[in-house]
Every structure is written in C-alpha cells, then in structure tokens.
Design a protein around this ligand. Structure first.
Ligand code: HEM
Length: 319
C-alpha cells in the first residue's frame, strides 16, 4: 500500500512538472496535459483511504502512523491556506457578483485553517499517547453488536477526511476570478472527489443494511440517544444532498461534471433561476447546516468522552 502511495505521489509530481512547463501555452479554460488534476484527485483519495485504513489497523505502531498522517493532512490544509491562498489576493478581490453571504468566506477559511492547525497539534498529542499502547486491534470486517467493524470504520473516516477537504476547496474555488489559469483544475478536483464521496456514502448505506450497525451506547440518556439518532440522520441526508445539489447546480449553470479524466456534459440547458435555487442549497443552506450538525456531532462525542467519561461510545469508532 505504501508503494502504491509512493507511485501515486511520484506520478503526481511528474504530471505537475510537465504541466508547469505547458501552463503558459494553455488556454485559460483548458485542462492540464497528462490529466494533472485527475492525479491530484487520485492522490487525495488514496491518501485519505490509507489514513483511514492505518487509523484502524491491527498493529499499534501502524495506528500511530495513521494518526500522524491525519495530523499531516490537517497541517497541509492550514499550510495551503496560510502560504498559498492568502498570497493569491483573491480573498480581497474575489470573483465578481458575490452575494452578501459570500463576505463571510474569508472568515470561514480563516476559521477552517485555525481549526486544522489546532486539530493537527491535537492529533500529534494523541499519537504520542497512542505510542504507549501495545494492544492489537482485533476487528472483523462486519459490525459487531457493540462496536463498528473495519469496513464501516474505513468508510467513515475516508468520507470524513474527504468531506473536510472539500469544504475549503469549494469555498476557494468559488472565489477564484474567471480567467485564472488553474480555476478549472480546482473544479475538476472538487467535483471528482464530490462524486466519489457520493458513491462512498451509497456504499456505506448498502453496508449498513448488510451488516447491522451497533446499537447506540447504553450510557446515553434517552434525550442524548434521540439527539444522536437525529444527528446521524441529518448527516446522512447532507452527505447525499450536498453532492447531488452540486451536480444539479453545475448542470443548470451549463458546466460539465468532472470525474477524473471523464466529463459528463450538463444534463439540461442553462437556467439562471435553476443555478440560483440549487446554488443556494449547495453553497449556503446545506454547508451551514452541516457546520452546525457536524459541530454538534463532534462536541457531543467529545463531551461523552471527556466530561461524562463514558469512553465506550468513542471506542466504538476509534479503538
Ligand atoms: C460531498 C461533496 C461536496 C461538498 C462537501 C461540497 C462543498 C462545497 C462548498 C462548501 C462549496 C463552497 C460554496 C461557497 O461558499 O460558495 C462548494 C462549491 C462548489 N461545488 Fe461543491 N461540494 C461537494 C460536491 C460537489 C459536486 C459533486 C459538484 C458538481 C458535480 C460540486 C460543484 C461545486 C461548484 C461548481 C462549486 C463552486 C460554485 C461557485 O463557483 O460559486 N460540488 N462545494
């Protein structure tokens, strides 16, 4: 698996070096030669699957490595924002015709970068603690009555990592001014990973039917159980609706949907009303709802672990 990842990164670097030379000769709306963007999307995807797999590996040392990989992913997002996005000047001069809600984008990106930094350091601290643990994690592929199995865990963490990467990427893509050389590249990566996330969520739903999910932790009060159940349903609805609304918005905008090297032409003609309505859902309503529900989901899990000291609930998905 490590060799596969190394090959993928080497191919990405090669495609990047090739495309960097060819960039000047390119039309601004063209894709890069050698499918550079598809390699970037593939690297992000493979790194996410690997991180999710290592986090749930039998061997304790590999789990520590998974945590360090997750921390490096957080640092990569923070570094991308601090050293690259800030330097583009697009936060001050974004694409024209931004709505009043769009003025929150710089603040949102700042918050996400700071959260990524804090999460990176917290994960490093977790890795240090984890390195003292020598227990093997004996997990079956299927879910067990009181904890999730390997398939559910790897799907859960892969989807979570990809989702968290898609949000800042989507926000930045939406402010890149028309005519910027690499604008299309961001859309290709964003849409390719977005479509992949939808496919992974459908696989997860199928797996939930095939392998019964563990019941909610018994230490939860009945009110907490209702809240946790509601949050899970809301998260599934958003994980399905966000990519679907992105696809419909894109089609109403008259733009193609990209999936690696493939391009799916818009399914119907351009419609301003369609773009606005579906854009409202994809760009504002659903992401803001997601921030609230995801925040509640994470805070709820942390409260259970750190304040209520009911460590079982957390262990169902992380150890
Ligand atoms: C889980 C999947 C996805 C997530 C979490 C996600 C999230 C986001 C977010 C947060 C934005 C920024 C909105 C803004 O602030 O303006 C965005 C923009 C965008 N998304 Fe997605 N997205 C996903 C999938 C997709 C898919 C599948 C497509 C199309 C096939 C798509 C197309 C777009 C486009 C075109 C924009 C930029 C709109 C603009 O230029 O104003 N997204 N996405």
């Amino acid at each position: 698996v490590i060799i596969l990842r190394a090959l993928c990164l080497a191919a990405t670097s090669f495609a990047f070096s090739q495309s960097a030379f060819a960039l000047e000769a390119l039309q601004i709306s063209e894709r890069q030669p050698g499918n550079f963007e598809s390699w970037v999307a593939l690297s992000i995807l493979i790194t996410s699957v690997l991180t999710a797999s290592f986090l749930n590996h039998n061997a304790p040392k590999i789990r520590v490595f998974g945590t360090i990989l997750a921390a490096s992913g957080c640092f990569a997002i923070a570094a991308w924002f601090l050293f690259y996005v800030l330097g583009t000047g697009f936060l001050e001069n974004p694409k024209p015709n931004q709505t009043p809600l769009d003025s929150a984008k710089p603040a949102l990106l700042w918050i996400q970068a700071i959260l990524a930094l804090v999460s990176g350091f917290s994960l490093l601290a977790v890795a240090v603690k984890q390195s003292k643990n020598t227990d093997r994690l004996e997990l079956s592929a299927a879910n067990e009555p009181d904890r999730y199995g390997r398939v559910s865990r790897v799907l859960h963490w892969t989807i979570a990592i990809l989702f968290l990467a898609l949000i800042p990427m989507g926000i930045f893509a939406s402010i890149i001014p028309e005519g910027t050389a690499y604008r299309v590249e961001y859309y290709v990566v964003h849409k390719t990973i977005g479509v992949t996330v939808l496919a992974l969520v459908l696989v997860r739903l199928f797996w939930n039917r095939k392998s019964k999910r563990p019941a909610l932790d018994t230490s939860l009060t009945s009110k907490e159980r209702k809240l946790a159940h509601g949050a899970h349903i809301a998260l599934y609805v958003m994980m399905i609706m966000i990519p679907i609304t992105g696809f419909i918005m894109t089609s109403f905008h008259g733009a193609p949907t990209f999936f690696f090297a493939w391009e799916l032409e818009p399914l119907w003609g351009f419609s301003k009303t369609g773009t606005i309505v579906w854009g409202m859902l994809h760009k504002y309503l659903l992401p803001y709802l997601l921030y609230i529900v995801l925040g509640a989901h994470i805070l709820g899990a942390l409260k259970h672990q750190l304040i209520d000291k009911h460590t079982n609930a957390f262990k169902r998905m992380v150890s």
